[in-house]
Design a protein around this ligand. Structure first.
Ligand code: PLP
Length: 365
């Protein structure tokens, strides 16, 4: 399986979950071939299970995770709408940028990087927002924010506000339960815990949000009214919208099938167990974890670069001598934090042992 993010560990010698990669090598089908359309239906059905939703409008958008973000704001935020965004890292900042480009009146609520977004602060930011948005798993800092609590609190106060969650680094890694949490709109990406090449953005939207969609969003490609007519085969006829990336969808379908075969709970537990092991091992090495305790992601660990250590040099040695890729920090933490991914097939104890052993050797501890 290819590894596709700087925050991910290298593939190592054995990958027990090759389904997504093997699917990429299968003979290509046409995008209107009935067999491909069955795969598309299967992908949407499997996505519903992994998202924890019965939302009819659950589909893979053609594009990377950011296109999910674009689609969310383009289709559900009108010019002048108040959108409250919790910002605790790079991807919250990106939400602010994207929402603003679609004309929303963005109320930005900044938090220290390394801390989760604070529900009460988001509530206090505006009395009647049309949308409240936050990143579930902030990949830039390794922090999990409590989207379940946020959605409950927002809906308890105001039945009108929609809740939008970025689940790019959480879907298929840690618990995401769209319907029981009351999330209205969510998007993800394929290259993180789902373990697929980058290129699709799993997307889901509730009926409540759908009723409030923008009728003619200022984008043709991401207009969900048009895309839905192609993806949704339930009414019989499908209308061509764009040529679906058939190989990517087949790959995603295979990966989702594998995840569901393993069992969602087992997959989450595997990520949690690997994360715990890594966190403990890093502390045993005398390193300091960056993300606030109690809010650390198992699939993306941030650790402070020790005083006097050249961050880039260590990363380079890990890459060239051990075949392990860890990420640099982001923004102000570019050279003072490392990011270690344990996503998808890398969420395993042998991967943890590998990275801990290599770090011990390179740091001379
Ligand atoms: N949101 C989060 C939390 C991410 O980690 C990323 C990418 O790393 C994105 C959004 C953007 O996704 P992409 O780079 O696939 O467009």
């Amino acid at each position: 399986m290819p590894l596709l993010d700087r925050a991910l560990l290298g593939p190592g010698p054995s990958n027990p979950y090759p389904e997504a990669t093997l699917a990429l090598a299968a003979p290509l089908l046409g995008h209107l071939d009935p067999e491909f359309l069955r795969t598309l239906d299967s992908t949407c059905a499997r996505l519903r299970r992994v998202w924890g939703t019965e939302n009819a409008r659950t589909l893979p958008l053609s594009g990377t995770g950011s296109i999910g973000m674009e689609a969310a704001f383009a289709n559900f935020a009108r010019p002048g709408d108040v959108v409250v965004v919790g910002v605790n890292g790079l991807f919250g900042e990106r939400m602010v940028d994207v929402a603003g480009r679609y004309g929303a009146e963005v109320v930005r609520v900044d938090h220290d990087w390394g801390r989760p977004v604070d529900t009460q602060r988001l509530l206090d930011a505006h009395p009647e927002p049309s949308m409240v948005a936050a990143v579930h798993a902030e990949t830039s800092t390794g922090v999990r924010s409590d989207i379940k609590e946020l959605a409950r609190a927002v809906h308890a106060r105001d039945q009108r506000a929609l809740v939008l969650a970025d689940c790019v680094t959480s879907l298929g890694g840690i618990e995401v339960d769209i319907d029981s949490w009351g999330v209205d709109i969510a998007y993800s990406g394929t290259q993180k815990c789902l373990g697929v090449a980058p290129g699709l953005a799993p997307f889901t939207v509730s009926e409540r949000a759908w009723d409030r969609r923008v009728q003619r969003p200022p984008t043709w490609y991401l207009d969900l009214n048009l895309i839905g007519a192609y993806v949704d085969g339930s009414s019989g006829g499908r209308t061509y919208h764009h040529t679906a990336p058939v190989a990517m969808i087949a790959s995603l379908d295979a990966a989702l099938g594998r995840i569901l075969d393993e069992g969602l709970e087992a997959v989450h537990e595997r990520h949690h167990a690997a994360g715990r092991l890594l966190h403990e091992g890093l502390v045993d090495l005398g390193l300091e974890l960056f993300a606030a305790e109690g809010h650390r992601l198992p699939e993306l660990t941030t650790v402070r670069v020790p005083e006097g250590v050249d961050s880039a040099k260590v990363r380079q040695v890990l890459l060239t001598e051990y075949g392990i890729e860890i990420g640099a920090g982001v923004g102000a933490f570019a050279s003072s934090v490392w990011r270690i991914g344990l996503m998808g097939h890398n969420a395993r104890p042998d991967r943890v042992a590998l990275v801990l052993g290599a770090l011990r050797a390179v740091l001379g501890r």
